[in-house]
Design a protein around this ligand. Structure first.
Ligand code: PFF
Length: 455
């Protein structure tokens, strides 16, 4: 292993990188967000559009972020500054860093719920979700603990911190999901859920649905805010970016699809509304566990593993922001982690209090009107729509223009080729995607949504 600088570090192996990048990608986005967004957007037709977005937009774009990172060996701001010093493009890097803080602020709140559910399953099975999330004395400490855990891991630096966590536990999570799928699809009434999830009805598709699918694909793969630039920057030139990136996209998509099979049959079997929003997974899963022997224990184990999946994602969110301060501002790792962590806590507080604790945050119609912001009404969901959806799509649009046109698709393609066996034909196709298809499609979707929103 070669270490560029003591404060930066590098992955010790290819497998280490794939697991860490998959660890960033696989998280609450797959298991909490994918089912609820699918439920809100009508089911199977949304899933089809989601898969198209992953293959046609996200996969080529993921490779672009990785090569930009590997080429420059820097965080998003540093990467852009190195290639175009003093240009306004640096603003895109700044957008990435801000998006990192924005997403982390509410993501760690949900991760805190997940963490709390370990104990709830064991000790307070009767406590219902509505009460749980509306209790500030429960959710705020959980949020703080989760953010603290993330800070603690990021203190440790790349190698010891991130890799160690990713290696053993993700396969265990997938195994447990497989058990839950078997239980869910064999519940009486499960067929309706399978039909909802698998039989597309394209008449339900609106610009909003397409935007939700694209945003979810970016969110799930940790794209559009430079996480993969930063992770790519810890990658050596000998590594095959194409194969590694494809594995990451494949694993991430499989886990999301599994989450759908786990949730929807049970949603219909237990008579819940698939469109019930962020609470969906938290109310449906415990009902599945109730039907299983040792359900309380299995439930606790599941939420423990999900907390760890969330942790490998929050680590990457914080890592982007910290890498910026370490590389660009020459702060120590420790100081960066403290400053960013405390700031994120303050920004996340309103999200933690927006699920029934504070009325003005729970229904923000006073600010966003009756229709809501992209259909969302509470502070947490609005933050999610703003940062986890719009900002990621905008970031990806600007970064693909930067990589395809400003840095240049040929140079990026040369970097992509290093260490990989990609054929010249595929390489040319990739250049077309990064220059034309990715930015144009994202732009069309964004414009359509904003036109609808602005009336
Ligand atoms: N991809 C993560 C998930 O699916 O849970 C969330 C995420 C992590 C989004 C890192 C963006 C990011 F940069």
């Amino acid at each position: 292993m070669t270490t560029p600088s003591a404060e930066r570090g590098q992955w010790s192996s290819r497998v280490g990188f794939i697991l860490a990048a998959a660890g960033s990608a696989i998280g609450l986005g797959n298991i909490w967000r994918f089912p609820y967004i699918t439920g809100q957007n009508g089911g199977a037709a949304f899933v089809v559009i989601y898969l198209l977005c992953v293959v046609l937009i996200c996969l080529p774009y993921l490779l672009a972020e990785l090569v930009l990172g590997r080429h420059t060996q820097k965080n998003p701001v540093g990467a852009i500054r190195l290639l175009r010093p003093g240009s306004p493009w640096i603003g895109v890097g700044v957008l990435c860093v801000l998006t990192g803080v924005g997403i982390l602020s509410y993501y760690a709140v949900i991760a805190g719920w997940t963490f709390g559910y370990i104990f709830k399953n064991l000790l307070f099975a009767h406590l219902d979700f509505g009460h749980f999330v509306a209790s500030p004395w429960i959710v705020v400490p959980l949020f703080a603990v989760f953010l603290g855990l993330t800070m603690w891991v990021v203190f440790g630096g790349v190698e010891q911190g991130i890799e160690r966590w990713s290696k053993v536990l993700m396969p265990l999570l997938v195994l447990l999901m497989a058990v839950l799928i078997v239980r869910s699809v064999t519940l009486p009434g499960a067929e309706k859920g399978l039909a909802f999830y698998l039989k597309p009805d394209f008449s339900k598709v609106t610009p909003g649905v397409v935007m939700a699918a694209l945003g979810q694909a970016f969110f799930s793969l940790s794209l559009g805010m430079g996480a993969m630039i930063t992770y790519g920057s810890y990658l050596s030139r000998r590594e095959d970016v194409v194969a590694s990136g494809a594995y990451v996209a494949l694993f991430d998509t499989l886990v999301a699809l599994m989450a759908g099979f786990m949730i929807f049959p049970a949603v219909f079997a237990t008579g819940h509304d698939p469109a019930s929003g962020p609470r969906l997974v938290f109310v449906v899963l415990p009902e599945i566990f109730q039907t299983l022997p040792l359900g309380g224990l299995l439930g606790a184990l599941f939420f423990l593993l999900l907390s760890i999946a969330a942790l490998t994602s929050t680590i990457s969110l914080l890592e982007v922001v910290v890498a910026y301060f370490v590389d660009e501002r020459r702060w120590s790792r420790k100081r960066s982690v403290w400053v960013v962590g405390v700031l994120t806590f303050l920004i996340g507080l309103p999200s933690a209090l927006s699920q029934g604790t504070v009325e003005g945050l729970t229904r923000m119609d006073w600010l966003v009107g009756e229709e809501g912001f992209l259909g969302q009404h509470d502070f947490l969901s609005i933050m999610d729509a703003l940062w986890g959806n719009l900002a990621l799509a905008l970031g990806a649009l600007l970064l693909s223009v930067f990589i395809g046109w400003v840095w240049g698709a040929e140079k990026a393609a040369q970097e992509l080729q290093q260490g990989s066996q990609i054929s010249p034909g595929l390489l040319r196709i990739w250049q077309v995607f990064i220059r034309y298809i990715c930015p144009v499609v994202i732009l069309i979707i964004l414009v359509n949504v904003l036109r609808g929103y602005l009336g």
